[in-house]
Write a protein that binds this ligand. Structure first.
Ligand code: HEC
Ligand code: HEC
Ligand code: HEC
Ligand code: HEC
Length: 137
């Protein structure tokens, strides 16, 4: 009898594991995946870019990406990094009038780091246009 039950227990465990996996994938997509495309005021030529903020937050310090420069130093107060604060948005400063417009700012930060980590032989992110600007589904 005991040996008969085992496969059932195992099957149940596997089922639960799959359900758990499914749920975590769903919540990942809803809560932690941003879609970067702030194109309210521009002509958008490329598709929005999925960006897992959580994955990157786990790897780096906030101030590695978020900044406000004064005399070349990053003077951003980390406590101001709050949801809904317009000053957090890249496009607030990197607008069409800025030398480093939004496209250049994003490309330099995202691709710059992915190139650096690849060259260092570490796990890295995409560098090809189509690997960030995914086809719309
Ligand atoms: C690898 C780069 C990177 C790191 C590290 C990072 N962020 Fe971000 N964060 C971004 C980008 C890109 C955006 C999108 C900005 C935009 O929409 O203009 C963003 C957006 C945000 C927003 C705005 C969300 C909203 O919807 O209003 C907050 C708040 C924020 N980050 C806080 C943090 C905090 C706190 C940390 C550290 C624990 C952190 N970030 C680390 C890149 C990063
Ligand atoms: C409060 C204004 C402000 C915000 C918000 C801001 N930046 Fe910047 N950023 C600057 C200034 C000022 C400079 C330096 C002047 C310059 O080079 O044009 C700069 C420089 C840069 C640089 C080149 C130097 C470096 O640090 O590597 C990149 C890349 C960049 N920003 C990307 C981003 C991204 C991506 C975001 C959003 C996550 C962002 N910036 C948000 C003001 C801002
Ligand atoms: C400071 C370094 C750094 C910056 C800045 C950065 N990334 Fe990454 N990114 C990484 C690393 C490292 C990985 C690989 C993580 C791993 O596989 O463990 C990665 C992985 C990724 C991936 C693949 C994993 C996934 O989420 O599907 C995507 C897509 C990605 N990055 C997009 C972006 C975008 C878009 C930006 C700019 C808004 C950005 N990254 C900025 C370091 C960075
Ligand atoms: C690491 C990810 C990444 C890669 C690789 C990448 N981009 Fe982008 N790109 C972005 C992000 C993030 C933005 C800012 C999205 C926004 O706010 O509109 C952007 C913005 C743009 C924009 C301006 C917005 C628009 O749609 O008009 C263009 C054009 C663009 N990218 C073209 C390209 C081309 C061409 C390549 C290949 C040479 C490329 N990108 C590679 C992440 C990436």
């Amino acid at each position: 009898m005991i040996s008969n039950k085992r496969p059932m227990v195992l099957a149940t465990a596997i089922c639960l594991a799959f359900i758990g996996l499914g749920l975590s994938t769903i919540s990942f997509a809803q809560d932690e995946e941003m879609r970067l495309n702030t194109g309210e005021d521009i002509t958008v030529q490329r598709t929005a870019v999925p960006f897992s903020h959580d994955l990157h937050m786990g790897l780096y310090e906030c101030l590695d990406c978020h900044h406000d420069y004064k005399d070349g130093a990053n003077v951003l107060d980390e406590d101001t990094l709050e949801e809904g604060n317009p000053d957090v948005r890249c496009a607030t400063c990197h607008n069409d009038q800025a030398d480093l417009d939004r496209q250049k700012a994003y490309h330099r930060q995202c691709m710059g780091c992915h190139i650096d980590t690849r060259k260092a032989g570490e796990a890295s992110g995409p560098e090809m246009c189509g690997a960030c600007h995914l086809p719309e589904d």
